[in-house]
Design a protein around this ligand. Structure first.
Ligand code: ADP
Ligand code: MG
Length: 390
């Protein structure tokens, strides 16, 4: 089977009439456990998935970058020295954001032509946006020959999404896309990005992503409100325990949090409680994986969902239905909402030999119960981003 880079190279010739010389490509990702822990300086286990976005292209004369997205069947250009956010082609903002952030770091790039092609499902909680940013950065690094290690590629891409696109995501998405490995989960300590490690996720299990496809409720700003709660709670804990030098909820244990309960009010307390218990679940999950104990890992995933639902408050009726149904189907070790919440997708850890049947049954039962057609995908953990010469 022709890979994504090869296909993109063929499409490039089709549109631009010349051969592409360089490529970057990067996977989508899924948060396996660690819900909203990233911006609290906490822990996460995530996988790069075996779906990717490729960016291929070549250097050209002049001042413009010309980019074509096969996914959107549209092309657009922008001045490489001065990318400006556009409403006409929202997808181009992810590419421009990367160029813009490289310039902020003092790295200029030459004019180029590029083709974008991928099979990461869009807006399904699999971070196609991070895949596009990281693939773009990997392509530009190869094309322009500057040095940048994969963690800086991830940070550059996150800054592009935060400061250019205007989406306040944590580092998880871009880090996992840049640093993922086949048959491994990435363990990330969001405080010390160089303290990452890998845990085995062998061929015996599959990651099943079930998108609820429910219309998002009116949750504009909900993500930012959760963030604000967490930061307020951490500030109150810091005041109460000045010697502990608390900067984020990562530094707080459940007992300390309980001592600050009345000072912070119920809503902030409940949200913070999820974070401090979730960090412990991520650490326990890593140990379970090391032992190959998927049953224990699955139990922690189910606990994580209950905590997101009952304490953080970012589940939805459809997410709860999807998780409850999954846990009753044979072969399922664990299920939980994944990502921001308030809709979106669940992640399920399922025995590989049962995964197809599981996906089918889950889809059927969800449809019966909600009258909504879900979208269900099977993934394995794949490699992280690459870039180079074609
Ligand atoms: P998610 O990251 O969860 O998939 P986002 O809304 O953050 O959802 O990002 C999706 C956006 O990323 C798309 O609407 C599009 O602008 C851009 N994008 C994703 N994949 C591609 C692609 N193959 N080609 C061009 N743009 C893409
Ligand atoms: Mg995204």
């Amino acid at each position: 089977m022709e890979d994504m880079i090869g296909k993109a190279a063929r499409e490039f010739v089709d549109i631009f009439g010349e051969n592409a010389t360089h490529y970057g490509d990067a996977p989508g990702r899924v948060e396996v456990i660690g819900n909203h822990t990233d911006y609290n300086d906490g822990f996460i286990l995530a996988a790069a998935i075996d779906r990717r976005i490729a960016v291929v292209g070549r250097r050209v004369e002049g001042a413009l970058a010309r980019v074509y997205s096969r996914t959107f069947n549209s092309g657009a250009s922008f001045p490489v020295a001065e990318p400006l956010k556009t409403k006409d082609n929202p997808w181009l903002n992810y590419v421009m954001g990367v160029v813009w952030q490289l310039r902020n770091k003092g790295i200029g790039v030459d004019a180029f032509e590029a083709m974008v092609l991928g099979d990461v499902p869009l807006g399904a909680g699999l971070s196609s946006s991070a895949a596009l940013e990281v693939a773009t950065a990997s392509f530009l690094r190869a094309l322009n020959g500057f040095e940048m290690d994969p963690i800086d590629v991830a940070l550059n891409s996150q800054a592009a999404e935060n400061d250019f696109v205007g989406m306040n995501c944590g580092i998880l998405d871009q880090f996992t896309s840049a640093m993922g490995r086949s048959e491994r989960l990435v363990f990330l300590d969001c405080r010390f990005l160089d303290r990452y490690s890998y845990y085995p996720l062998g061929n015996g299990v599959k990651l099943v992503i079930a998108n609820t496809k429910a219309p998002h409720a009116l949750v504009d700003g909900a993500y930012n409100r959760l963030r604000a709660s967490c930061f307020r709670a951490a500030a109150i804990c810091a005041e109460k325990f000045p010697d502990k030098k608390i900067s984020h909820l990562r530094d707080v244990n459940p007992e300390e949090l309980d001592q600050c309960r009345t000072a912070m009010g119920d809503e902030d307390y409940r949200r913070a409680r999820h974070i401090v218990t979730e960090n412990a679940r991520v650490l326990a999950s890593a140990e379970a994986l090391q032992r190959g104990d998927y049953r224990a890992m699955g139990g922690l995933m189910a606990d994580s969902h209950a905590s997101s639902r009952d304490w953080l408050g970012n589940s939805s009726p459809e997410l709860d239905v999807m998780v409850d149904l999954a846990l009753e189907i044979p072969g399922c070790f664990g299920a939980r909402l994944s990502g921001g919440g308030f809709g979106g997708a669940t992640i399920n850890l399922v025995g590989a030999d049962r995964a197809e049947a599981f996906a089918e049954k889950l889809g059927e039962r969800y449809r019966e119960k909600t009258r909504i057609d879900p979208e269900i995908h099977l993934f394995t953990a794949g490699p992280g981003a690459e870039g180079g010469k074609l």
